[in-house]
Design a binder for this molecule. Structure first.
Ligand SMILES: NC(=O)c1ccc[n+]([C@@H]2O[C@H](COP(=O)([O-])OP(=O)(O)OC[C@H]3O[C@@H](n4cnc5c(N)ncnc54)[C@H](OP(=O)(O)O)[C@@H]3O)[C@@H](O)[C@H]2O)c1
Length: 314
């Protein structure tokens, strides 16, 4: 591939929103590396998606230690992208990773201990070929580790300079309230909460997580905003070859129930009524919820990203 030079007009169309009560602005659409960036994926395609994203104002990239497959390989792909194309743009990027799910064998490679979080971030930085990340998350709530241990590890990681900000993902309401207070009292305020809100799953809205984030000045980023592709035209007429559902691991055909199909057809006709695609309609709905900072999409091609970015223009 030819040497990369970022598009000079990359900031012309994207809208940015302040992340809670912080100094950080995030693009309305951010890009996730859960799927499509593992060792089994075509590197040239990864590079095309990443270039397209950055050329169109996406500055926020979301990873986790175990994204792949195999585990760790999405971070390795990211490191290669940094070396091949993005090193000159490091200060224009807001890069996140996480630890919390199973990553390596034995008692220290999972959940929320200080031992796991600290070692995991060191490994992530090595794979991503970075000196620091912008954001490090506790990827999930651990009911067995004292919350103080997990949270103090986050505080100490910030103090070590290996991350600039911290966040939490998928924590339940009361533990989230505790986390926000604990972190704020140590002058390491939680930057952002990562949870799933989309037209088919409104749990963090209904449980009060989004309201809490708003009142505490913490940003909110919605993962799987397209319900892994269900909220696009992908499955309106069956399960296409090569789609995430056709691979059947995280999005299984039995999830496309008659009820879901009826809902997505209904949303699709509402979208058509507004002259929009279903994806655009679904993303715009999330972005309208007060307190939502960004939607964190996945994409298996630059073309999908192009369509999804229509929801985010200024
Ligand atoms: N914190 C957590 O626990 C957690 C959990 C899950 C995800 N995440 C984060 O959220 C990110 C996004 O999650 P996600 O990939 O599930 O998001 P998503 O945006 O809901 O789904 C993305 C998938 O939908 C399909 N798609 C996207 N745009 C399309 C379009 N315009 N037309 C047709 N199909 C389209 C593609 O699947 P095909 O393969 O079918 O093309 C794409 O890979 C992840 O990468 C990760 O960073 C975090």
């Amino acid at each position: 591939m030819e040497k990369y030079k970022a598009d000079e007009r990359r900031y012309d169309a994207m809208a940015y929103q302040r992340c809670g009560r912080s100094g950080v602005l995030l693009p309305k659409v951010s890009l996730g590396f859960w799927h499509n960036f593992g060792a089994e994926d075509d590197y040239t395609k990864c590079r095309e998606i990443m270039r397209y994203a950055f050329d169109h104002g996406i500055t926020h990239f979301d990873l986790a230690n175990n994204y792949g497959p195999p585990y760790g390989s999405a971070e390795e792909t990211f490191g290669r992208l940094m070396d091949d194309d993005f090193r000159p743009y490091r200060d224009e990027m807001f890069i996140a990773t996480k630890a919390g799910y199973d990553m390596w064998p034995g008692p220290y490679g999972n959940w929320g201990s200080r031992k796991y979080l600290m070692a995991s971030l060191d490994q992530s930085l090595h794979r991503m070929r970075l000196n620091y990340v912008d954001l490090f998350y506790s990827h999930r709530y651990d009911p067995h580790t004292p919350l103080e241990e997990t949270l103090q590890a986050l505080v100490d990681i910030v103090r070590s300079g290996k991350t600039l900000y911290v966040g939490i993902s998928r924590w339940p309401l009361e533990a989230t309230r505790f986390a926000f207070k604990y972190l704020r009292e140590r002058d390491v305020p939680c930057l952002i909460y990562q949870g799933r809100i989309n037209l088919l799953d409104r749990a963090p809205l209904e449980e009060g997580i989004l309201d809490l984030c708003r009142s505490e000045g913490v940003g909110f980023i919605s993962f799987s905003p397209l319900a892994q592709g269900l909220l696009t035209d992908r499955y309106l007429n069956g399960i296409p070859e090569g789609s995430r559902m056709s691979k059947g691991k995280f999005l299984r055909p039995d999830m496309l129930t008659d009820d879901v199909l009826q809902k997505i057809r209904q949303y699709n006709s509402e979208a058509e009524g507004e002259n929009r695609t279903l994806a655009e309609y679904a993303l715009s709905w999330i972005l309208r919820q007060p307190g939502v900072t960004s939607v964190l999409v996945g994409a298996s091609s630059a073309g999908q990203l192009e369509k999804n970015l229509r929801a985010a223009s200024k």
